[in-house]
Ligand binder design. Sequence first.
Ligand SMILES: O=C(O)CCC(=O)C(=O)O
Length: 285
Amino acid sequence: MIPRFAVDSDPAELAAAYGRDGVLVVEDAIPSADCDALIERAHAIVDAWDPAEGRSVFSTTAPRHASDAYFRESGDKIRVFLEDGAVDAEGALTVDRHRAVNKLGHAMHDLDPDFDRVSRRPVLARIAATLGIGAPKLVQSMVIWKPPAIGGAVVPHQDAAFLVTDPPSVTGFWLALEDADEGNGCLIAQPGGHKGPLRQRFLDRDGGLSLETLDATPYPADGFVPLPARKGTLVVLHGLLPHGSAANTSPRSRMAYTLHMVDGAAAWHPGNWIRRRPDDPFRGF
Ligand SMILES: O=C(O)CCC(=O)C(=O)O
């Protein structure tokens, strides 16, 4: 059972649990009003989205996005990615757009004032410092939509495979914008799994993004536990921690906001898929 903490829990206990499990659950980390504000902004972004400007399906079970410019050029933008089950063979939406979204990404924290404000809440900076994340740079943010009935599964993965630094240093701050449980596809993770090897790296090689296998050690099939989280809960995920989520087959949505940071002292791999212009560098909290 993964323990649950509060923002005012003893910092030494937070750090010890995170070091042991590679995951930390902090309840009521952000106010409910923040969750509501981000959900409202996310819907407004989807309302304003013009599918003619670009569209892309994002799926971790049938990945095609790596070869798609709309995805590859989204590291410093806010773009809309669709669920596999929400488009027909021609790419047209088969359901209402608000039920078709897989995620928004990937620079919400820098480009949208509401996401910027919540991402840079002092409580999040304080927890990062407690966990020993040195000079954090916020490099990626996403709204994971998980719409009712068609929200796809996220296959088990390590975030350090997708945001590559030397040494590996990425940490994920995942915030429940709505209640998440086993019925609507909450996170699953392998406690202690961050002590295992980095399995893969997703990098630009010869002009194309691809996943390279570094270590073929499989994830233990029975090693994953569900991480239900009430609205406002923060789940901190170590970059080497295997985690994912099941599909949402319920009639309830399960929106989450996830923010990834790297340690400013670690070297950012030039082949990372996320690119920033020199006049738009990564910033901290
Ligand atoms: O929200 C989810 O279902 C998965 C999120 C995730 O894998 C991440 O934030 O790294």
